[in-house]
Ligand binder design. Sequence first.
Ligand SMILES: Nc1nc2c(c(=O)[nH]1)N[C@H]1C(S)=C(S)[C@@H](COP(=O)(O)O)O[C@H]1N2
Ligand SMILES: [Mo]
Length: 222
Amino acid sequence: MTSDDIPLLGRIKEKLVETKQAWARDGRGLTKDTDHDQRRRLPPGQRLTQDWPVLDLGLSPNLQADDWSLQVAGAVQAPLKWSWTDFMAQPQIDVTRDIHCVTTWSRYDNTFTGVTARHLLDVVKPRPEAKFLMFRSYDGYTTNVSLERFAAEDVLLAHSWQGQPLSRDHGGPVRVVIPQLYFWKSAKWLRAITFMEKDAPGYWELRGYHDEGDPWREERYR
Ligand SMILES: Nc1nc2c(c(=O)[nH]1)N[C@H]1C(S)=C(S)[C@@H](COP(=O)(O)O)O[C@H]1N2
Ligand SMILES: [Mo]
C-alpha cells in the first residue's frame, strides 16, 4: 500500500486546512520587524508556549511498534526497510532543541531521542543526483525537504520526547524532527522516505506554504 491509497479528503480536519490555507493567502503571522536580532532565541513572529500543541490532519493513526516499518527508497544505493526492531538496533542520540510551528507557537528545550539523519544517510548512501527527500506518513501526509537540510547534525528520526515514548498524538512510534525548520516539515507517523533528484511539494507546500520553511528567515508562505 502506498500513501496514495489513503483517502485523505473528507476525513481530514477540513476547517483547519481551510483556515491554514487562508493564512497563507493573507500572510498571517508575518511581521514587519526587519531589524529583529538574529541572535535572540525566539524567531520573528513567534510566541512561546509551555504546553505542546497537537497539530495534524486529524487522522492520528493508531500504530503499535509491531505495525510500524520505515521504507527508504529512490535515489539511494542501498534502499532499506526497517522494522521497529531493526530501527531500535541503530545507534541513538538525544538532541535538545527549540521547536517552531508556523501557526506561531514555539516551545523551548525539547529533548528528542532517536536515530540521526546522518546515520540513515550513511546506511542508505544517497546517489550523487539525490537533492531532495519526501517524507510519507501513515495518515497520508507528505512533506519535502532538501537533502542539505535533512543532513543537519540535529535531525532525528525520533521515538521519544523528554525520555518517554512519543505519544500517538505527537507521531509515535516514530516521527521526523528537523528543529531548524518550521515544524510542519517534521513528519509524524513516519512511513517512508523517498530520495529525489528534483524537488516536489508535500501536503502544506501544495497549499501555499513555503518550500524551505526556515523560521529565522520567516519563510512561512510561498
Ligand atoms: N503525519 C503528519 N505529520 C505532521 C502533520 C500531519 O498532519 N501529519 N502535521 C505537521 C504540522 S502542520 C505540525 S505543526 C507538526 C505538529 O506536531 P505536534 O502535533 O507534535 O506538535 O506536525 C507536522 N507533522
Ligand atoms: Mo503546523
